[in-house]
Write a protein that binds this ligand. Sequence first.
Ligand SMILES: [Zn+2]
Length: 85
Amino acid sequence: MSRNNDAPCHDISIELSALVAGELDEHARAEIERHLSFCPGCQFEWRTNELVWRCLTACKDVDPPAELRNRVFDAIAEYDRTHAK
Ligand SMILES: [Zn+2]
């Protein structure tokens, strides 16, 4: 059993929002994919983010649950905050 969880789940969940928005470079994406490969919790988070994002961008007629949508927007806002200079 390897314990290569060098990226805390909290950071990952923030980055996931940037990832679905296509804002991450290849290196950051690889880091996240590595984390997802051994972290079921973040896998679930990723699937949720991806689903919500897809609805937001593609299925304009379908309203995702407001709570989920707000979580995504909050995470994006937090990402912007933590990465702002
Ligand atoms: Zn995780």
